[in-house]
Design a protein around this ligand. Structure first.
Ligand SMILES: [Zn+2]
Length: 510
């Protein structure tokens, strides 16, 4: 990959500054206009390829030219944040082989067909199913769950409040509060009494209690398949009950309140109010994605695309090997802020230094000298790296991602579409977490690269301009790194921000 000189207005620099100031959520206008069964399947394939917490995967596909791969109908490209893992590609190969077997097995007679010849398959199939078709489906789902076990286990067990929900539902189903002699104070007793007085039908509540207890005791990776099969059944039960649960707003509000109260009593620090519905929705997504990829076996057009003559390739991590030394000193920072039309006030040096202090955060120490230097190595995000790789090829105009793209990637896709005539390629955009981001370089097209980088730089400067207004409005005592978003994985995002800012080390002048 060609090296691009690091000018102050280089997109990587601007992304670093913009991240400090925060960027508003990408607007709806950048959302994909090409949503279809193919885009859904690409997103779901990316999702089921996640084995570890913090892993992000992008999946794209193109039709090879004869000279490249004469025998292959479709090349599927897999990119990760970092070098590609061989296990990711292996898992996708295994999943596609299983889907081919499902496609080949005769469906049981009870399954109807639609006018387009699409088999409608039930979401949940018990493990003792009789036909080969159903057994293959169960095996596929178990393979998907086994592969993502570590990620699922972490998602279910990582925060106290999630496990406390199980206890709260158990309390609600258990002994009436007036018969309990325990450490609950008046406020807790009142909340529990109100919960127990709610008209929630008993069988439903007992089922929810069962599901909660099982999820809270989620077996760790490496456990026996029987234990994971129970979790599979529980996830399907929650999936089925989700709609009903979503309508029980009073119950949910009171359950969340009671859970929070119990956590506080136990001295647990709760960063975000508990939200049982959001947690359950996140936990069951793996089952929803499994069900969506089974369409590859049952919808003829998808089977034609994904199950015949397909080849899978990993996109190499485009990060150049040597660390590029960068310095964000007063002069550079001022140049960036002026280019973004930021009002720097009367005492420009003081304003810029204050901003650098904020950016360096508490990690830089109390006595900030004039020059700060950072061996800052931004990282490439998988969907942007994949877009750079797929450029110029007859591709499916959509890149599936395991989580919605960040604002930087959305800006890169915007810039690519604006700079290329055939630029109708999209990704699922929308999340607000900002992590370290590098602008990928397209191969063998310096003129197009320059145009794309110009577009990205101009979008980032405008974001820096609006971020600056918010930053200046805030009282100086509360100025800090901008919020990365309110996603469930926020704590991870915070950690990442801290790591990067810690890289801004102070070095003596000269
Ligand atoms: Zn991104």
């Amino acid at each position: 990959m060609p090296q691009v000189p690091n000018e102050p207005l280089d997109p990587d620099y601007l992304a670093f500054v913009a991240r400090g100031l925060g960027i508003d959520t990408p607007s709806d206008t950048v959302r994909s206009s090409v949503k279809s069964s193919v885009t859904d399947v690409l997103d779901s394939l990316a999702h089921i390829l996640i084995a570890k917490p913090r892993q992000t995967v992008a999946v794209g596909a193109y039709v090879p030219t004869r000279a490249d791969h004469a025998a292959d109908a479709l090349i599927v490209l897999i990119a990760e944040n970092g070098p590609p893992n061989p296990e990711t590609i292996q898992h996708l190969q295994d999943v596609l082989a299983r889907l081919r077997r499902i496609r080949a097995a005769p469906p049981p007679p009870y399954l109807g067909t639609t006018v387009y010849g699409t088999q409608i398959i039930p979401s949940y199939i018990p493990r003792n199913a009789r036909t080969a078709f159903e057994r293959e489906l169960v095996d596929l789902e178990m393979a998907v769950l086994t592969y993502s076990h570590a990620k699922l286990h972490r998602r279910i067990t990582k925060h106290d409040c999630h496990l406390a929900f199980a206890e709260a539902v158990g309390d609600m189903c258990g002994l009436p509060v007036e018969d309990r002699a325990d450490d609950r104070d008046d406020a807790e007793r009142k909340l529990l009494a109100d919960l127990q007085a709610l008209e929630v039908n008993r069988p439903y509540l007992r089922r929810l209690d069962f599901c909660m207890q099982k999820l809270a005791a989620m077996p760790p990776p490496g456990s026996v398949p029987d234990e994971l099969d129970i979790i599979r059944t529980v996830l399907h039960q929650v999936l089925e009950d989700k709609m009903e649960l979503a309508h029980k707003s009073t119950f949910l509000r009171m359950l969340n309140e009671y859970t929070q109260c119990r956590l506080a009593k136990k001295g647990k620090q709760v960063k975000k109010p508990p939200d049982v519905l959001q947690w359950l929705s996140k936990v069951i997504t793996i089952v929803e994605h499994y069900h969506r990829i089974t369409r590859i076996a049952t919808i003829p057009t998808l089977a034609g695309r994904f199950l015949q003559g397909l080849k899978i390739e990993g996109v190499p991590d485009p990060v150049p090997a040597p660390l590029i030394p960068r310095a964000l000193d007063r002069q550079t920072a001022r140049k960036i802020l002026e280019a973004a039309d930021c009002d720097l006030g009367h005492d420009i040096n003081k304003t810029v230094d204050g901003f650098l202090d904020t950016l360096a955060g508490a990690h830089a120490g109390p006595n900030a000298p004039e020059v700060r230097s950072a061996d800052y190595q931004p990282s490439f995000h998988c969907e942007s790296a994949l877009l750079a790789q797929i450029h110029g090829r007859p591709a499916i105009p959509y890149i599936g991602v395991s989580k919605p793209s960040c604002a930087f990637c959305s800006i890169f896709f915007d810039a690519y579409r604006a700079a290329t005539s055939a630029g109708n390629i999209y990704t699922r955009s929308g999340h607000r977490q900002l992590t370290s981001w590098a602008c990928p370089v397209l191969h063998d097209d310096p003129a197009l690269n320059a145009t794309i980088r110009e577009h990205v730089a101009s979008a980032l400067l405008s974001k820096i301009g609006s971020g600056w207004k918010r930053y200046r409005k805030a009282p100086s005592s509360s100025r800090s790194l901008a919020a990365a978003g309110d996603d469930h994985d926020r704590i991870l995002a915070d950690d990442e921000v801290r790591l990067d800012i810690a890289g801004l080390e102070l070095k003596p002048k000269g």
